[in-house]
Design a protein. Structure first.
Length: 340
């Protein structure tokens, strides 16, 4: 389904495709890598730590979720910043986009894992509360539902955020981001789980949508005129992201840590992605047509890739269908590339 509000933007599909592939490699490296070193389950601690900045980017590839959220805030705002947005039609269109595959996987999970069924858990998924306590999972078929729930929770408030932004400008969004960080700190200092709050919930993720909205509010195609300027901004954005994720991986302890720096991490992560998105929007026009079409194709099916890949990786890992290439890290990556 394509938006009716603006012309098709291939660069957005490029980024969706890249995000989907990054998340596949991230989960593949975790699940398949654990199998290769004899662990049946993925431990809370990272199975591998690296001092290679580029490898650390893949090992912390959950950052692709932040990219998806930034893109959502961007595209909705860019397409609607100069028009009134009706709340119910907007929600209807979004539900029509996500519900068919999600309900299919939910029913498949119930059929495959009937012993895990409870009415409350089933309704929690159906009511798009998969990222809240008690939802449970029906095997790997529903493991990705939490992000869809966070996305849909943002859909509920986006038309109101847009209306306030149209009235007060982007400074409204910036003030709201500051307020969200303060509220996260308040929750953390009352004993809240910093890692889980900032990772799984809309409370932790909403500023990533908001920063995408800021980009969508200001962005005008063709802002960077020369090829050199576009290339410089895009490369700078890529390097900023890589180094930021390296710091997260090495200095902040990666995903498992409970450092208080994670209270502001979603904001910094989103700013880095917004910088990269801006560079890509301007630079991607120079991509060869065949490369652009491949990335657009991946972007078109990125939702399906995202929802289905975890189950596919479980099959590959569980049945040890590996493509051997050196140690466990390179073998995991090669297996994802060749088999998954």
């Amino acid at each position: 389904m394509k938006s009716q509000n603006l012309a098709y933007m291939p660069a957005v599909d490029h980024l969706r495709g890249l995000a989907a592939i990054l998340i596949v490699f991230y989960h593949g490296s975790q699940l398949i890598g654990h199998q290769l070193i004899g662990n049946r389950e993925v431990a809370l601690q990272r199975w591998h730590v690296t001092d290679n900045p580029f490898l650390s980017f893949i090992l912390e590839g959950h950052t692709a979720v932040a990219l998806f959220f930034v893109l959502s805030g961007f595209i909705f705002t860019f397409g609607n910043r100069d028009r009134d947005l009706s709340w119910l039609p907007f929600l209807k269109n979004r539900i029509l986009r996500i519900a068919p595959l999600m309900i299919t996987l939910l029913m498949l999970g119930v059929a495959a894992f009937p012993n895990r069924f409870t009415l409350s858990s089933f309704l929690q998924h159906l009511l798009l509360q998969s990222n809240t306590s008690g939802a449970g999972t029906f095997g790997p078929l529903t493991s990705m539902f939490w992000t869809i729930s966070a996305e849909c929770q943002f859909y509920l408030i986006f038309p109101f955020l847009l209306a306030f932004t149209q009235r007060y400008g982007a400074r409204y969004l910036l003030r709201l981001i500051f307020l969200v960080v303060l509220l996260r700190a308040l929750a953390a200092f009352t004993g809240g789980n910093i890692r889980d709050m900032t990772y799984w919930s809309l409370v932790g993720r909403v500023d990533q949508f908001l920063i995408g909205m800021v980009l969508g509010y200001y962005y005008q195609p063709g802002m960077l005129k020369s090829w050199l300027t576009r290339s410089t901004v895009m490369i700078a954005g890529a390097m900023t992201l890589t180094m930021l994720m390296f710091v997260f991986h090495v200095s902040m302890g990666g995903w498992p840590s409970q450092t208080r720096l994670k209270l502001v991490w979603p904001t910094f992560e989103a700013v880095a992605w917004a910088f990269f998105v801006f560079g890509w929007l301007e630079w991607s026009k120079v991509l060869p047509d065949i490369v652009s079409r491949i990335l657009c194709g991946l972007g078109t099916i990125s939702y399906s890739i995202y929802m289905l890949h975890f189950a596919v990786i479980h099959v590959v890992a569980g049945h040890q269908i590996t493509f051997q290439l050196g140690g466990p890290v390179t073998t995991a990556f090669a297996t994802v590339a060749v088999m998954v």
